[in-house]
Design a protein around this ligand. Structure first.
Ligand SMILES: Cc1ncc(COP(=O)(O)O)c(C=O)c1O
Length: 392
């Protein structure tokens, strides 16, 4: 079966957050992490069928929805989860905020590795907890194009722990550096959390978007089973199947006491998942695997295209230091340009990128490019970026 990753319905003038950002300006939005692709036909069909019912009361997942998630965990990662471990959520950012509130008190600390998706740092602060970031260390490669490696600085991580540290927020695969953590690293991180009695919250929202086929997704809770009782795994169909606007995610919490604490923190505050969200979730995990594989092929082609443009000097001054192992997000080092506001410069040339400083990078040092779009859109974005560089 073939799928269309080249055409998208026009997004301007729609409810798209991504496309509403630059009213009246000709700026191609390549920032927030949703894709300019239609979702899988199986999801669209399932939603059509559900809409035809015309009844949209408060929802609970039916068995087939839970089965779809449980079977995906078993088939994709070899992880046998008990349906009782699932806690449904309307979003993963919500999950990060709930986790911070449930497992750290006001003034207590939450650790994470930076640069990182901004809510890892803001979620603790939203409720008066403290976010402590430990910088990931880049070991550059010989060519400087996608051949370096980001590493965890274990000594810095140890040094960052205080008597008030309660939680560790892991992002695997890691947004924005597109890194897939290896088994040894995950085992060591879990042991580190056990040693310091930290709850380990592993956001695995990008786990079905691994671009390097030699790297399987390893759920942290699975690779370190002796520490699974301190884990909260956050997953969702939203990134992979491009349905983040349907607000359907889940936490997998094996330990009953941890789960009770987590659920208690959601009560009266966290909205229910909707019937359309459950419908999309089931069709995503059960009926959209061939679409996902076709998506991955498309994204791998885009990744190679971007790396090729960098290798052949078409984007002078831009650096992609490490390989894009996962996600559709490229973390570009623009520090050589010497701009105080690189995002504004690229916007002035018609391309809208994410500002690296929101992810904890030095202001002016990085931008993030979303390449989850048709090749023609990517090419237009790269053309505008070249024009922006030529204008310097
Ligand atoms: C690591 C990570 N977690 C969570 C989210 C957002 O999750 P949600 O839209 O379900 O709140 C994103 C979105 O880009 C992300 O990259």
């Amino acid at each position: 079966m073939s799928f269309d990753f080249t055409t998208v319905p026009p997004r301007l003038g729609t409810d798209s957050q991504k496309w509403q950002k630059y009213p009246g300006r000709d700026i191609l939005p390549m920032w927030v992490a949703d894709m300019d692709f239609r979702t899988s036909p199986a999801i669209v069909e399932a939603l059509h069928r559900r809409v035809e019912d015309g009844v949209f009361g408060y929802a609970r997942p039916v068995k087939s929805t839970v089965d779809a998630v449980v079977e995906a965990c078993a088939n994709r990662y070899g992880w046998a989860i008990d349906p009782a471990w699932l806690v449904w959520l309307p979003g993963l950012v919500c999950g990060l905020n709930v986790t911070a509130q449930a497992f750290a008190a006001v003034g207590e600390e939450v650790l994470c590795l930076a640069p990182v998706y901004p809510p890892f740092m803001t979620a603790p602060k939203n409720s008066g907890r403290i976010s402590t970031t430990v910088p990931l260390v880049l070991h550059p490669g010989p060519t400087g194009v996608a051949d370096g490696r980001w590493e965890i600085d274990w000594a810095a991580l140890e040094a960052a722990v205080t008597p008030r540290t309660r939680l560790f927020f892991l992002c695997n695969p890691h947004n924005p550096i597109a890194r897939v953590f290896r088994r040894e690293e995950l085992v060591r991180l879990a042991s580190f959390c056990a040693q310091h009695d930290l709850v380990l919250c592993s956001d695995e929202i990008h786990c079905d978007l691994i671009l390097d086929p030699s790297l399987p997704h390893l759920p942290t809770a699975l690779v370190a089973p002796q520490h699974a009782a301190r884990t909260i795994t956050l997953m969702a169909p939203s990134k992979t199947y491009n349905v983040p606007g349907l607000g359907t995610s889940f936490a997998i919490i094996p330990d009953p006491a941890l789960r009770t604490r987590f659920v208690r923190a959601t009560q009266g505050i966290v909205a229910e998942v909707t019937s359309l969200g459950f419908t999309a979730c089931e069709a995503a995990y059960r009926d959209s695997e061939s679409w996902r594989q076709a998506l991955l092929e498309t994204l791998r082609g885009h990744r190679d295209h971007i790396v090729g443009a960098l290798r052949t000097g078409q984007l002078p001054g831009l650096r992609l230091a490490a390989p894009l192992e996962a996600t559709y997000l490229a973390w570009l080092d623009v520090s050589a340009l010497g701009l105080s506001d690189p995002v504004a410069h690229f916007e002035a040339h018609g391309v809208g990128l994410s500002d690296g400083s929101y992810f904890g990078a030095l202001r002016g040092s990085h931008v993030r490019l979303n390449f989850g779009c048709p090749r023609a859109t990517l090419d237009e974005g790269l053309r505008r970026m070249r024009a922006a560089l030529a204008a310097l």
